[in-house]
Design a protein around this ligand. Structure first.
Ligand SMILES: [Zn+2]
Ligand SMILES: [Zn+2]
Length: 278
C-alpha cells in the first residue's frame, strides 16, 4: 500500500488496496467488453431510478412537481416516454457501444499494476479526468452545433428531448455515444489513470450526465452545494435554446467563451427565458 496516503494510514478501511486486489483477481471478468457495457448500462439505470420514482410519486404528491424545471406541474407521469427512450438506448448499446468497447479493450494493454493508488492520487486523477473531459466535451459539443452536417447527423438525436429527463442523458445517436465514450477513455489514458480511478471517473461521468438531464432542480443538487458545477437547469436551457451552455459539468468554459445562457430573473423560474451571454 502506498504510504503517502495519510488518509488510508489513519483510516485503514478507506485504503483502496483490498478493492484493487478484488478487481485484479477478476481481471478477465472486468476486461470483458460485455461486462463493461452491462456495467455502464446498469450504472445509468441505477442513477436514473430516483428520478423515475420522483416522476411516479409526483402523480400522487403534486408538490414534488414544483421542483420540475419545466414547470409542468399538472402533467401526469409518462411511462411511454421512459419506455421508448429505454428501448432506443438498449438498441444503441447492442449495435454501437458493445462493438466499440470491444475494439477499445483490444487496443489497450492487458497488464495491470500490483498496487492500488493512494487516496490522494486517485482523487487527483479523478479531478483531472473530470476537468479534461469537460474541456473536450465543451469543444466537441460546440463544434457539433456550429457545423450543420455534424448537428444533423450526430447531435440532433440528443436534442429530440426538448424537456430533459434522467434517461435522456444517453438518448443520443450511435455516433455521439461512441464519440463520447472514446473521449472518456481517451481522457483517462491521457491522465495515465490507475484502473481504480478510471472506474470511479466513468461512474461519476455517468452520474453527472444523469444529474444534468434529470429535469429537477432539487435543494440538495450538486450545483447548489458546489456552484462550480452547472446542473440540470443549466443544461435544460441548452436543450431548449439549441445553443449556449455547451460544457457538461462545469461553468468556466462557457464563461470564458461567452456562451453562458443567463436567466431572466424577473420572471418565474420555470418560465424564465434565457439568452446567450456575450
Ligand atoms: Zn443533453
Ligand atoms: Zn447540444
Amino acid at each position: 500500500m502506498n504510504s503517502t496516503c495519510w488518509l488510508a494510514d489513519r483510516y485503514p478501511e478507506l485504503a483502496l488496496q483490498p478493492l484493487w486486489d478484488y478487481m485484479r483477481k477478476r481481471q478477465v471478468l472486468f476486461q470483458s467488453p460485455l461486462v463493461a457495457a452491462c456495467f455502464a448500462f446498469s450504472a445509468h439505470l441505477f442513477f436514473c431510478t430516483p428520478y423515475l420514482l420522483l416522476d411516479l410519486l409526483g402523480d400522487r404528491w403534486q408538490w414534488i412537481y414544483k421542483y420540475r424545471i419545466d414547470g409542468r406541474t399538472n402533467e401526469s407521469f409518462q411511462l411511454r416516454r421512459w419506455l421508448d427512450c429505454l428501448r432506443r438506448i438498449i438498441l444503441k448499446y447492442l449495435s454501437g457501444i458493445l462493438p466499440s468497447v470491444a475494439l477499445l479493450q483490444s487496443l489497450r494493454g492487458q497488464s495491470l499494476p500490483d498496487e492500488a493508488p493512494s487516496c490522494f492520487l486517485a482523487l487527483k486523477e479523478i479531478v483531472m479526468c473530470l476537468l479534461l473531459f469537460d474541456t473536450f466535451f465543451f469543444g466537441w459539443h460546440y463544434f457539433m452545433h456550429r457545423v450543420p452536417w455534424l448537428f444533423q447527423q450526430v447531435h440532433r438525436a440528443h436534442h429530440q428531448n426538448h424537456n430533459t429527463f434522467a434517461l435522456a442523458a444517453q438518448d443520443a445517436s450511435i455516433a455521439e455515444l461512441v464519440s463520447l465514450q472514446t473521449l472518456a477513455q481517451g481522457t483517462a489514458a491521457l491522465v495515465h489513470c490507475h484502473p481504480v480511478s478510471e472506474v470511479v471517473f466513468h461512474l461519476l461521468n455517468t452520474y453527472l450526465a444523469v444529474d444534468d438531464h434529470c429535469g429537477y432542480d432539487l435543494p440538495w443538487a450538486l450545483h447548489r452545494l458546489l456552484p462550480c458545477f452547472s446542473g440540470a437547469r443549466y443544461h435544460q436551457a441548452h436543450h431548449q435554446k439549441y445553443k449556449g451552455n455547451y460544457a457538461p459539468y462545469f461553468r468556466h468554459w462557457d464563461w470564458i467563451f461567452g456562451t453562458t445562457l443567463v436567466e431572466d430573473s424577473t420572471r418565474p423560474r420555470h418560465e424564465a427565458d434565457v439568452h446567450e451571454h456575450g
